[in-house]
Design a protein around this ligand. Structure first.
Ligand code: 5GP
Ligand code: MN
Length: 327
């Protein structure tokens, strides 16, 4: 069968890890697979074994449109909201014959869109879901060292190096199997977390120094970066990865946002602690979604207007109007 494996805009370690491992499993079963993402992935994931099989829609549009039209089955990995395919969504909509299968860990999958759903919002990563599916379908023996490495990248990055919620015994049993395959954890850490450009580190200092604002009695934080500011630091995609987490290391800060401008719109990254639900916040105010403690959205307004909208939304959210989460 012709299988298309899709993942989301701004692909991350989990999107790539889950896609690559799933593709290899299907290929071992004799299927022809194409892995596609809407746009480029960060340079610090370039080293992942098998990453060369990931096709990027903004770079190979015609080829990807053709592969999409031919697909008998389309897997949707690590997202459940079709808008996260951005420019690719039209090509996907044009293929009406393919079976659509979801493998994901985001909240609230849409009803009626997928033919089959493997939706586990309580799972800490899609890579963990893929690990479980492979183990149950064909046995964990099918996972070789390269697959183990990319699955580990997905599990590691989506859990903040195994520090967020949903860290279950089953997750660590899965990691144990990956370790048995001979993965090199210190090397994976170095490649993902300590291979940044100088510009990225200087941009971080700028983002947290002059650009970080704290509001609502120290409960909420905001970092905003315009295109002109990014250019000053020779920004490459992925350079701002993780910035949004830093304000949460301040005692009392429960919610953090980063507004990142690109040539089309402003991407909003949201992170929170505990009961503060940024999935709800993103859905309500910024046409987005995600998980309770990590979500995102976008704005087509100017940076100034988006900042004002954020500040007003935070005020409303923390005053409790319209939500029970802002406490
Ligand atoms: P990030 O800040 O890392 O880009 O995204 C954090 C989480 O929010 C991700 O798990 C992602 O699924 C979700 N997310 C980010 N942007 C969007 C968006 O525009 N729409 C939806 N539904 N989810 C998003
Ligand atoms: Mn994920």
């Amino acid at each position: 069968m012709n299988v298309l494996i899709l993942s989301h805009y701004n692909p991350d370690g989990d999107a790539l890890g889950a896609s690559i491992a799933w593709a290899k499993m299907l290929e071992a079963g004799g299927h022809k697979t194409t892995c596609v993402v809407p746009n480029k992935f960060p340079y610090f994931l370039d080293w992942m074994p098998g990453v060369e099989r990931i096709r990027i829609f903004t770079e190979h549009g015609d080829e990807i449109r053709a592969a999409t039209a031919e697909a008998d089955v389309i897997f949707f990995l690590d997202f459940n909201n079709i808008s996260r395919l951005e420019g690719l969504s039209e090509a996907v909509a044009a293929n009406t014959k393919a079976k659509k299968i979801l493998i994901d860990h985001h909240l609230d999958p849409p009803e009626g869109y997928f033919d089959v759903s493997f939706s586990y919002p309580e799972a800490s990563s899609t890579s963990f879901v893929v690990f479980r599916l492979i183990s149950e379908m064909v046995g964990a023996e099918a996972i070789d060292r390269d697959m183990a490495t990319v699955l580990y990248v997905g599990m590691m990055t989506d859990t903040g190096n195994f520090s967020y919620s949903n860290l279950t015994p089953e997750l660590f049993r899965a990691v144990a199997v990956l370790v048995e395959r001979g993965i090199d954890i210190p090397d994976i850490n170095r490649q993902v977390y300590n291979s940044y450009s100088e510009g990225r580190v200087r941009l971080l200092s700028y983002a947290l120094g002059p650009k970080m604002e704290i509001m609502e009695k120290g409960q909420a934080a905001l970092i905003s970066l315009k295109e002109s500011e990014l250019r000053r630091f020779h920004f490459r995609q992925g350079d701002s990865e993780g910035f949004v987490n830093y304000p949460l290391s301040i005692a009392g800060v429960k919610m953090s946002a980063m507004l990142l401008q690109n040539h089309k719109f402003i991407r909003i990254s949201l992170r929170s602690r505990g009961e503060v639900d940024v999935n709800e916040f993103a859905r309500k105010y910024f046409d987005g979604g995600g998980h309770r403690n990590a979500a995102g959205g976008k704005s087509t307004d100017s940076m100034e207007v988006t900042i004002e909208r954020y500040k007003r939304a935070v005020k409303e959210f923390f005053s409790g109007s319209g939500t029970s989460q802002g406490k």
